[in-house]
Design a protein around this ligand. Structure first.
Ligand code: ZN
Length: 407
């Protein structure tokens, strides 16, 4: 169902406020609004909002400096920036920024949802996984565990081969009340527990899965091992949580944090499949307005028995989880290889703008889109990757076919 263009709703105050701010404080939007004759101060209906061109991953890569709001480019706000880096399902390297205050607001919205539905609060202990760590805008050597009395974050290099036993030991020692992780990681841990006939951490009462598509097979296996029905969610760097599953199994949009559209043939639709486009209502350091996520899904206004009136988002093809065989006995979680590529890229001055991993049996093909200035650096890129891999203990693995494309 395409939205009736004659009967557009009034846009929320949050959208009006964000667009006005962007038009005044963000150089990218100042220019783009001027080029498209968009006057954010007179925004009234969704029709006005839908005139804003989409924000793509390529634009974020190219215009990052101009997307950072002016107040956050100078003291004191520059000291309150949080950097997030990501590699999405299309392999684009993206760097986004938050202010610490806005990030906390987005976290508070999520916490309220978790507490309201599942009784989980931020005073309870939890475990998660991390790839890269950054300090003062530089990548730092991965800490195997980052923990305090409430959070234990485990580096994802513990997800290959025999190291999974150590991950299990860490979980048991820390004894978390809940877990937040990718479905493939939860599946791997569940498989280990199942194969060794071990028990799950005894205080565990909630498992939240995010970052990848959750298949029915993974969901039911994780549930059978942990005896907890996992909660699915949809999140993205720079936007925080976009949708969160209720007890009726519907992913409700976190409407206080984001405004979600599903776009088909350039127009917003309901109950039809299209690309998921998200506007952050919370991130004012680097406003992301009408951001094309690259994921596909459908949005519906169906009534849900849980009482949540927010639209329900069904993600159809998200970030697909998977494992890559390293040899006849070991395998590597795709999430871990993304982390390795992220490190490699950092050490060669962000030469890579996009990559694609394909695997077939025992070999992996990595296609890199390299910036043209890096002609002649192909071997250096490969060497750096293998060095990073060695540091992370995948010593004997050299079976990558490289395909370097300069664009
Ligand atoms: Zn619901």
């Amino acid at each position: 169902m395409t939205k009736d263009i004659k009967n557009m709703d009034i846009v929320s105050e949050k959208i009006q406020q964000l667009c006005q701010y962007a038009s005044q404080e963000v150089v990218y939007y100042q220019k783009m609004f001027a080029e498209n004759e968009i006057d954010a101060a007179s925004f009234k209906t969704e029709r006005d909002f839908y005139r804003i061109p989409f924000l793509s991953k390529e634009i974020i890569q190219k215009e990052r400096g101009q997307l950072l709001a002016l107040p956050y480019q100078r003291y004191p706000k520059i000291n309150h920036l949080i950097e997030e880096r990501s590699v999405g399902n299309q392999g684009f390297y993206l760097k986004t920024f938050w202010s610490d205050v806005d990030y906390q607001k987005a976290q508070d919205i999520l916490d309220e949802q978790r507490y309201g539905i599942f009784g989980v609060d931020n005073e309870q202990k939890y475990c998660c996984f991390h790839t890269a760590s950054y300090k003062d805008n530089l990548i730092i050597e991965p800490a195997p565990i980052i923990s305090n009395h409430l959070v234990c974050s485990i580096h994802n290099n513990g997800l290959a081969g025999e190291d999974i036993s150590q991950v299990y030991d860490i979980l048991m020692d820390f004894s978390p009340s809940y877990l937040v992780m990718q479905p493939s990681i939860a599946y791997q841990i569940a498989s280990y527990i199942n194969s060794k006939s071990l028990t799950a951490p005894d205080k565990l009462r909630y498992i939240e899965l995010t970052g990848e598509e959750l298949s029915d097979q993974y969901r039911s296996f994780i549930q059978s091992v942990f005896n907890i029905c996992p909660t699915n969610s949809y999140s993205m760097k720079g936007l925080h949580y976009i949708a969160h599953e209720c007890k009726r199994g519907h992913m409700h949009v976190l409407a206080d944090n984001v405004y979600v559209e599903v776009i088909k043939n350039g127009s917003p639709v309901f109950d039809e499949i299209g690309e998921v486009v998200v506007t952050s209502l919370t991130n004012y350091a680097m406003p992301m307005i009408r951001y094309k996520t690259g994921d596909f899904g459908a949005l519906s206004m169906q009534e849900c028995a849980c009482g949540n009136k927010s639209p329900v988002l069904k993600i159809l093809s998200g970030r697909v989880a998977g494992f890559i065989p390293l040899n006849s006995t070991d395998f590597l979680n795709k999430y871990a290889i993304k982390g390795l590529l992220e490190y490699t890229n950092e050490f060669i001055s962000n030469a890579v703008s996009q990559f694609k991993i394909e695997h077939d049996g025992l070999s992996i093909t990595v296609t890199h889109r390299l910036k043209p200035a890096y002609h002649g650096w192909e071997k250096a890129v490969e060497k750096e990757f293998y060095e990073t891999m060695k540091k992370d203990c995948y010593k004997d693995f050299q079976a990558i076919r490289w395909n370097h494309v300069f664009v």
